[in-house]
Design a protein. Structure first.
Length: 114
C-alpha cells in the first residue's frame, strides 16, 4: 500500500522560505503525477504545483517564480521549495500522487505571519 508522508511545515515570517518534503512509500517510479495542493480555512483545496514522471512541472499563477517542485526518484520524495512566502500562502499543504488511484498525504500546516 502506497502512503504519502509530508514534513517541513511550520511558522515563517513574510519573505522567508520553507521546504516541504513528501516521502512516497514503495517505488515512486510508478507514480505518474505528483503534486502539492493547499487548503486555506474556509476555502477549497487548490493545486499549487505538479510534476510528471518525466519531470515536467506546472505551477499555479500565484506561486510562479517563488515555488519549485522537484522529484527525487532515488529518495522517493517530492519536494516543494517555497521562497518569498506571503501571508496568503498560509494553508494546510497536501501531497498528492497518482499511481493508478489518487493518493493523499495527511497534510502539513504552513503559516506565514510576522
Amino acid at each position: 500500500q502506497v502512503q504519502l508522508v509530508e514534513s517541513g511545515g511550520g511558522l515563517v515570517q513574510p519573505g522567508g522560505s520553507l521546504r516541504l518534503s513528501c516521502v512516497v512509500s514503495g517505488s515512486i517510479f510508478s507514480v505518474s503525477v505528483a503534486a502539492w495542493y493547499r487548503q486555506a480555512p474556509g476555502k477549497q483545496r487548490d493545486l499549487v504545483a505538479s510534476i510528471t514522471s518525466g519531470g515536467s512541472a506546472n505551477y499555479a499563477d500565484s506561486v510562479k517564480g517563488r515555488f519549485t517542485i522537484t522529484r527525487n526518484n532515488a529518495k522517493n520524495t517530492v519536494d516543494l521549495q517555497m521562497n518569498s512566502l506571503k501571508p496568503e500562502d498560509t494553508a494546510v499543504y497536501y501531497c498528492y500522487a497518482f499511481r493508478g488511484v489518487s493518493l493523499w498525504g495527511q497534510g502539513t500546516q504552513v503559516t506565514v505571519s510576522s
